[in-house]
Design a protein around this ligand. Structure first.
Ligand code: UDP
Length: 239
């Protein structure tokens, strides 16, 4: 495996990516498969941050449509990301990858609270840091949390693991004429409302000049290959 082009990266996986073929919750085989990808990259000497979504368990909007206060429903969504983080920590540690979970909502008996300098120290020691509970604030998403933590940790790149190998003009699973983009600018994504990450995440990445690489989480070895520059991904960066 060639060397990585990036020293420190953040991988964002949606909660749905952890469901496997299921319609809800956690598929442990799928979590283990993603953990294998992370372990491979960590062995290349890359410092890895992880942000997981919570959509496989609960989304704030779902609670709000049932009449819950949006903020309370969002806290439920944030707690869902902690559940996913613990599942991923288990999968990584089964593969002997040292891992720390840091939650934006302090819960000291479960995991560490988010402390920026402490997280940086873990990364320097080669530990994978999983940032849980999003930003800790309602009305945000884990995409924004990913961009925020990537900026705080000084990541060289943010990776978005998806079902397909990049950004397309339409969903390639539904539209055979959909075209894949090799490269995009942050402004292309924002002005064409391309469904990559939400607008605040893209803006944050843009302001902090963090390239976003969109790649397939289903291709074994893809995470490592994309970091080495030999894999398939759509890269989003400045002009
Ligand atoms: N959430 C939040 N603040 C954050 C991050 C997440 O309130 O900073 C809540 C929100 O309700 C969201 C849920 O957590 O619906 C799960 O996160 P998200 O929808 O981003 O997960 P994904 O779509 O990536 O699975």
């Amino acid at each position: 495996m060639p060397a990585s082009r990036y020293r420190r990266v953040l991988l964002k996986c949606s909660g749905e990516a952890l469901m496997g073929e299921g319609e809800y919750g956690i598929d442990f085989q799928t979590v283990d498969r993603i953990a294998a990808e992370v372990a491979q990259v960590q062995k290349m000497g890359v410092e890895v941050c992880l942000v997981l979504g919570g959509g496989n368990i609960f989304r704030g909007v779902a609670g709000a449509t049932e009449g819950m206060a949006r903020a309370s429903a969002d806290y439920m969504g944030m707690l869902a990301t902690v559940i996913n983080a613990l599942a991923m920590q288990h999968a990584l540690e089964t593969r002997s990858v040292h891992t720390r979970v840091q939650s934006a909502i302090p819960m000291s008996t479960v995991c560490e609270p988010y402390i920026r300098r402490r997280a940086q120290r873990h990364l320097e020691k080669g530990r994978v840091v999983i940032f849980a509970a999003g930003t800790g604030n309602p009305f945000f998403t884990t995409d924004t949390a990913a961009a925020l933590r990537a900026a705080e940790m000084g990541c060289d790149a943010m990776l978005k693991g998806t079902q397909v190998d990049g950004v397309y003009t339409a969903d390639p699973k539904k539209d055979p004429k959909a075209k894949r983009y090799e490269k995009l600018t942050y402004m292309d994504v924002l002005s064409n409302d391309l469904k990559v990450m939400d607008a605040s995440a893209i803006s944050l990445a843009r302001e902090n000049k963090i390239p976003i690489l969109v790649f397939s989480l289903h291709e074994p070895g893809a995470f490592a290959a994309v970091l080495a520059g030999t894999g398939k991904a759509t890269i989003i960066e400045g002009d």
